[in-house]
Design a protein around this ligand. Structure first.
Ligand SMILES: [Zn+2]
Length: 304
């Protein structure tokens, strides 16, 4: 399946750090419906480039969960673990533009900076020590980068003040999420990214990297984060329940409700395809809440 230059191409990009839970379902469903409503393609990418945090066995579980929930993707699945040659090539390209440098800073040194790197290693020449590779932010990045998010509205970040020169390849040799994500969005021809609010603050960095690599900009839409009763993001760490395939219809109904789509109660026991057909026809992105986080339904609502 290939896309022409004007076609909407969306994607869902889970990492195999655990099975899908309600919080991942709302992101998958939102990106799926937004692509379908716009006659677009919906691609699947497995972000498996951080082996210490992942387990390949979750890939099959995730694919199985998506299929049971009627979320069928277009084309082949892209595995980031098979894309390292492309990441290395992009890094070389940035290096040729003098936009990268080796950073040997220890965790101890980086710790007190609370995420905003001070550019300490900028002046360093080549090193044989283990090092991370950072992007040299240009003077122009002192200007605020604005992302007009389709759900959250105007979002701005000053990369110099709020991030600093950021990591493209980690000291352990693994490529950063920011680099891999930007390269693969370009490779897959993605035109609009619909994903969770926790990644909104990555968007300016990604837009900046796109510019450095002469890639076109994408549209972004960030949906709220599903949180538990204590306000913690649903995740493996907070012991979020894995989606149960046998409850796919009610999971989908709850996800639609959570996304502000107001599914009729009469569809509460409808089969998956009927629910999705209704949802594709009625999807309105602007009905998704623009609050950063929303409580997920109580466990007993969707985990009977
Ligand atoms: Zn450094």
């Amino acid at each position: 399946m290939s896309a022409d230059s004007t076609q909407y191409v969306g994607r869902f990009a889970p990492s195999p750090s655990g099975p899908l839970h309600f919080g991942s379902l709302v992101c998958a469903l939102a990106s799926f419906l937004d692509a379908k409503k716009n006659n677009g393609l919906w691609l699947l990418r497995i972000e498996d480039i951080d082996p210490p945090r992942e387990d390949p066995k979750h890939v099959d579980t995730i694919l199985n969960q998506l299929e049971h929930h009627g979320l069928h993707w277009n084309g082949p699945i892209l595995f980031q673990s098979q894309r390292t040659t492309s990441y290395a090539r992009a890094l070389d390209e940035l290096h040729r533009q003098h936009l990268t440098y080796a950073c040997t800073c220890s965790r101890k040194r980086l710790g007190p900076m609370s995420g905003v790197y001070d550019g300490h290693c900028r002046a360093r020449t080549a090193t044989s020590e283990p090092h991370a590779v950072r992007l040299t932010l240009a003077k122009s990045s002192e200007q605020t980068i604005a992302v007009d998010d389709l759900i959250m509205g105007d979002y701005r970040q000053n990369l110099h003040r709020e991030v600093g020169d950021f990591v493209l390849r980690r000291k352990d040799g693994l490529y950063s999420y920011q680099l891999a994500s930007v390269i693969d969005d370009q490779f897959q021809g993605i035109t609009r990214v619909v994903r969770g609010y926790d990644l909104l603050n990555s968007s300016p960095r990604q837009r900046y990297l796109q510019r450095c690599l002469n890639y076109p900009s994408l549209e972004y839409a960030h949906v709220p984060i599903a949180v538990d009763q204590k306000g913690h993001k649903l995740s493996k760490q907070t012991k979020a329940q894995a989606l149960k395939n046998r409850l796919a219809p009610i999971n989908l109904w709850n996800a639609l409700d959570w996304l502000g789509q107001k599914p009729p109660k009469t569809l509460l026991k409808a089969p998956v395809m009927q629910l999705l057909e209704w949802a594709m026809r009625h999807w309105v992105l602007q009905q998704v809440s623009n609050r950063p986080a929303r409580p997920a339904q109580q466990d007993h609502d969707y985990e009977l």
